[in-house]
Design a protein around this ligand. Structure first.
Ligand code: ARG
Length: 564
């Protein structure tokens, strides 16, 4: 039952307005003492040529008070409705108890495919905190869509192709050793890559050599590709360790190299469609009519570019997955890049260019000094996550030294804290890492929500066997119970809202609100020691909250331990 809709129906009959009009006018008062729904009569003053308070009074006289409304009051120009808490609680809790883990799931996405391009780090470069955001936000967007019935394809568009690999090969041949790379992995690859740049400053022929090696890669030269493949595997091994820690998976790893043999026909198509222009030896798509700099497609030396591969990948994905939307997650400094090549797809005559969606996010800054910087000034994801786990373990050691699976829980809570922190604010905002704030068990944090979930689990454990048949919902007549029911009722809408806005923070914030309401409920109401009917009804709230919190955390990619 949708209570707002029911109230609007009543009003439509009593106020002589259309149902749509009534529904659009009904408000949910910010101040709870003004009721659960309020109907302002200002606009009707003109129609009926009467003072609004008088109209409100007349509406109330005509209203038939249904069972789900406890009280109707006129306050000034408003008609305020107070719902019957028990009836409302019954409507909401019955749904949650019946649907369990499926509460909030929907089929609105059935038959539709969403491609999500996220994480996508660069081979031979460290997986740094900047990639964390893409990974975490993308993973949440994936799960949120999945909950709504969409078929999701998670793509890791690895940066594994381009002239930089020519440089790396030259660097390796000049200053590298098999042993050092095997022992130090990406660190060593970074070291020789940096050395290449230092050396090339005084010796530009190194750059020419690097370009040649990349050309060899493009042409399928064995020696070049063997080295490249080796760098690739070393990098992937490190990335996968991070994904494993974060609990993130991909459906496909189709990085930039995957498109090496697929670009030529696309360039051909651009030529045939008369979109390509020559400019200083390079091939470009002019975007002056869109007030953007040109999109570079082929370099003067014949090399393809990041944009060339993105255009090719989009065509490939459209053909392969026939997506409804293709979503790209990167920091906002790539805004122009995406705007440019989306426009190229438009100029090619594909109207699905409007289904390509760049979802930008803000930067990560560090509450400096507190993060381990043993690798110079790049903060590596793996170190950061290990540190999160370590800090959490210290807290658990202090708060609950007897906890059984401390290692496992420290991992779930530490990593959860990092993810939650990233998803708490609107994604466009910058994220600041502050261990103190992130790991505060009383703040608006991951540990706080997880702790509240664990508290619910512990109450249920102590309660023992409970039957949820024939609950006396009228026993839930307090404000805290009502607040929780409202938040639970809103939860399915929040998932849809998060998907529409591509904004996981909608879910994150709602979970904090539920946790806060639950802690107030727990504080105000004795549960286990109450009289039988009250006990059972309150336990129904505990189960419902536990169910939704666990499910909500899962949507964000966060575990919900039962004890912590
Ligand atoms: N590898 C890129 C980077 O680290 C991100 C790739 C994003 N995806 C894409 N299709 N361009 O900046």
């Amino acid at each position: 039952m949708d209570f707002k809709v029911e109230v609007a129906k009543l009003l439509a009959a009593a106020a002589d307005v259309s149902f749509e009009d009534a529904l659009a006018t009904v408000e949910i008062p910010a101040n709870k003492t003004m009721g659960d729904f309020a109907y302002p009569c200002f606009r009707l003053a003109k129609v009926f040529r009467k003072a609004p308070p008088m109209i409100a009074q007349e509406i109330v006289e005509k209203l038939d008070k249904p069972e789900f409304i406890e009280q109707i009051q006129v306050v000034g120009a408003y008609v305020n409705f107070y719902i019957n808490k028990g009836v409302y609680a019954q409507a909401v809790l019955k749904d949650v108890l019946k649907d369990k883990d499926n509460y909030g799931k929907s089929d609105i996405g059935n038959g539709k495919t969403i491609v999500i391009d996220y994480s996508s780090p660069n081979i031979a470069k460290p997986f740094h905190v900047g990639h964390l955001r893409s990974t975490v936000i993308g993973n949440a967007i994936y799960k949120i869509h999945e909950e709504l019935g969409y078929n999701c394809v998670g793509v890791n568009h690895l940066g594994d192709w381009g002239t930089q690999f020519g440089k790396l090969i030259v660097a390796y041949r000049n200053w590298g050793s098999k042993e050092a790379v095997e022992n130090n992995g990406i660190q060593e690859l970074m070291r020789i890559y940096v050395k290449f740049h230092d050396e090339a400053e005084n010796n530009p022929s190194l750059d020419d050599e690097a370009r040649l090696w990349f050309v060899k890669m493009q042409e399928g030269d064995q020696e070049a590709l063997t080295l490249w493949k080796w760098f690739y595997e070393i990098s992937i091994k490190e990335f996968e360790r991070v994904y494993e820690m974060l609990g993130v998976k991909f459906d496909v790893y189709t990085g930039e190299s995957f498109y090496n043999d697929k670009m030529a026909p696309v360039v051909e198509e651009l030529k045939n469609k008369n979109i390509l222009k020559e400019s200083e030896g390079a091939l470009i798509v002019d975007l002056e009519d869109k007030n953007m700099p040109p999109c570079l497609i082929i370099r003067k030396d014949g090399g393809t570019l990041y944009a060339t591969r993105d255009i090719t990948a989009a065509l490939y994905r459209k053909k392969t997955y026939n997506f409804e939307k293709c979503i790209y997650l990167t920091a906002l400094d790539q805004n122009l890049h995406f705007a440019q090549w989306f426009e190229v797809i438009h100029k090619m005559g594909y109207d699905w260019y409007k289904d390509l969606i760049h979802v930008p996010f803000g930067l990560v800054s560090l509450d400096s000094g507190k993060l381990s910087t043993r690798h110079g000034n790049v903060v590596l994801m793996e170190d950061l996550l290990s540190q999160a786990i370590g800090e959490t373990k210290k807290i658990i050691e202090e708060k609950n030294p007897g906890l059984e699976n401390k290692e496992e829980v420290s991992k779930q809570v530490g990593i959860g804290a990092v993810i939650f922190n990233d998803l708490y604010n609107g994604r466009i905002k910058d994220v600041v890492f502050s261990w103190e704030r992130m790991l505060n068990f009383d703040g608006e944090t991951g540990p706080y929500v997880q702790y509240t979930h664990a508290r619910a689990c512990s109450i249920l454990k102590r309660a023992g066997e409970i039957s949820f048949e024939n609950i006396e919902y009228s026993k839930l007549s307090d404000d805290a119970s009502l607040d929780i029911c409202k938040l639970l009722e809103a939860y399915p809408d929040k998932i849809r809202d998060a998907a529409n806005k591509l904004e996981p923070s909608v879910v994150t914030r709602h979970l904090v609100a539920i946790a806060q309401a639950f802690n107030k409920f727990y504080h105000d109401n004795p549960i286990l020691n109450s009289e039988e009917e009250v006990r059972q009804a309150r336990l129904a709230i505990v189960v419902a909250v536990k169910t939704v919190m666990k499910q909500g955390l899962n949507l964000l990619g966060i575990d919900a331990p039962e004890q912590m």
